[in-house]
Ligand binder design. Structure first.
Ligand code: 2NE
Length: 275
């Protein structure tokens, strides 16, 4: 794939090719741990991919083959969250802005595929759980570390994980903080498939291409529907927004708009009252 790079980022890389956006956390010296700035940049890149009508699928990954992401950067963790040391992330304010990114991935109306080589641990594992699909290399390792390092994710990191792997397994993952191989993660339903490291991108792109052949609106509605069940009112709100979008695209809704603009009574009689 001939990736075209764009955007001015310090902590991430944004690339596109053939209808696919690839977003890469680029802090390999810290196993791609995130700091506030990393997350602001990721939010910007995911927005760019959402708004780009050429993009149908997004691949989310980490630089190098040692880690997808090792969670929050513990070296810049302050007493009330993760601290920024730059103008974007504002000094002195602790943040947990990974939660905003998790929500953004869930709400994004295009499939997000996590491509994991090496570690997906702590907040990094939660991010891969939030993605629609995960393709793992055979060197991938998964787990939570929160109770070991003085942290926890009681949101998607707990109940979406439980919905993904089952309650007993989710408790085991959090209470014992063990690390699991790619094959173990696949067996517990946390990843879709495991491939040799050297074939990781090839396989992930093949999955993306397969999805690009499908109806974009159908994929959008299925993603919204699956997430609506577990996101409660917020999920329904998104799904309802999609219903409105589809209604706007109908002759019936356009008749209402046109009648208002033309200062006449709308002629809704021509539309069927469907069974
Ligand atoms: C991932 C793991 C097990 C890998 O171990 P190993 O031995 O393969 O590598 P090593 O030497 O530990 O890591 C390589 C370099 O990356 C840094 C390390 O410190 C090391 O650099 P030096 O110190 O040698 O210069 N590094 C790795 N992970 C880092 C991190 N998260 N922050 C800063 N630097 C990191 C092992 O590295 C590990 O256990 N890492 C920590 C994983 C962790 O606890 N993550 C945070 C969980 S809390 C969280 O993410 C979170 C949440 O729970 C809720 C909300 C938001 C965030």
């Amino acid at each position: 794939v001939e990736w075209q790079r764009s955007g001015e980022y310090a902590d991430i890389i944004y690339e596109t090719a053939e209808g696919i956006a690839k977003i890469t956390i680029n802090r390999p010296e810290r196993h791609n741990a995130f700091r506030p700035q990393t997350l602001f940049e990721l939010q910007d890149a995911f927005n760019a991919a959402r708004d780009d009508s050429e993009v149908g699928v997004i691949i989310f990954t980490g630089a190098g083959d040692q880690a997808f992401c090792s969670g929050g950067d513990q070296k810049i963790r302050g007493d009330d969250g993760y601290m920024g040391d730059d103008t974007v992330a504002r000094q002195g304010i602790g943040r947990l802005n990974v939660l905003d990114l998790q929500v953004q991935i869930r709400r994004l109306p295009k499939p997000v595929v996590c491509m994991v080589a090496g570690w997906a641990i702590g907040g990094g594992n939660v991010l891969q759980v939030c993605c629609d699909l995960t393709i793992a290399a055979d060197n991938a390792r998964f787990g939570q570390t929160g109770p070991k390092v003085g942290s926890f994710d009681g949101g998607y990191g707990s109940w979406l994980l439980a919905q993904t792997v089952g309650l007993k397994k989710a408790r085991e993952i959090w209470y014992l903080c063990r690390q699991y191989t790619a094959e173990e993660a696949r067996e517990m339903g946390m990843v879709n498939t495991v491939v040799p490291l050297e074939r990781l991108e090839e396989e992930t792109v093949a999955w993306a291409r397969e999805m690009l052949e499908k109806s974009p609106l159908a994929l959008r509605m299925v993603k919204g529907a699956i997430n609506a069940v577990s996101d409660g009112a917020a999920g329904m709100q998104q799904f309802a927004g999609d219903a409105t979008m589809l209604y706007y695209m109908s002759d019936e809704a356009q008749e209402g708009r046109d009648a208002f603009k033309e200062k006449r009574r709308p002629e809704f009689d021509r539309f069927p009252r469907r069974p």
